[in-house]
Design a protein around this ligand. Structure first.
Ligand code: E4P
Length: 214
């Protein structure tokens, strides 16, 4: 199980690192475009933060250019790089050819057949856009369950993305996703429940100074 920050904004990444329990950061071209700095700068700064993993999505279209781009990303990130690969013919070709050199996550997976190919090609992860699938296909969690069924017993794990609420994140995990990636605001709200806040306020209000002596 791992929880990731789905963002390329460095201030959010720094705050996420400070939380102590965030495994890594997932980016994609849309998120990088919102970062306000060049992708090289984002990757360099994320590497400095020493997350366990940093996901970078290749944008090159053919396998040769993808390999050049992948090696450039690896040069910057150094350890923990996961390549996000679009589920295209060349994307699957790249995974099949280079999954031993680069851990790959086939992203934007919307049907179990794509997960089967990702598994066969040697992808370590598939990323499924849960909320987007619910909006456009009717039931994103049913898709997660389908992916979990076809990937059962394999080395390929599911990263649930496109999550808009704590409930949706938990439900995606319960449906079979091993990992979740969420925007910063949702990440920060995951630990919070009003009754927990109320209980802590009560503990603090009733603090009679009774504690172990240092
Ligand atoms: C995944 O990599 C994307 O950043 C994001 O999760 C997609 O979610 P959306 O449906 O909100 O665009």
């Amino acid at each position: 199980m791992a929880i990731y920050l789905d963002s390329a904004k460095l201030d959010e990444a720094r705050q996420a690192k400070d939380l102590g329990w965030v495994h890594g950061v997932t980016t994609n071209p849309s998120l990088l475009a919102k970062a306000g700095v060049e992708p090289e700068v984002v990757l360099k700064e994320l590497a400095v933060l020493e997350f366990h993993q940093v996901y970078y999505q290749l944008v090159s279209q053919n396998v040769e250019d993808m390999l050049i781009e992948a090696r450039k990303a690896a040069e910057i990130v150094k350890t923990g790089l996961i390549l996000k690969i679009a589920p295209t013919d060349n994307g699957f070709r790249f995974v099949a050819k280079h999954a031993n050199e680069f851990p790959c996550c086939v992203t934007a997976v919307f049907n179990p057949a794509q997960a089967l190919i990702a598994r066969e090609a040697g992808a370590r992860y598939v990323a499924v856009y849960v909320n987007r699938a619910t909006k456009q296909m009717g039931d994103g969690l049913c898709l997660v369950r389908g992916l979990a069924n076809v990937l059962a017993g394999s080395q390929t794990e599911i990263l649930a993305a496109s999550l808009k609420s704590t409930k949706e994140a938990v439900d995606a995990f319960l449906a079979g996703a091993q990992h979740i990636t969420v925007p910063f605001d949702l990440l920060a709200s995951l630990p919070i429940h009003p009754l927990s806040t109320q209980a802590v306020e009560q503990f603090n209000a009733e603090d009679f100074g009774i504690r172990l002596k240092p």
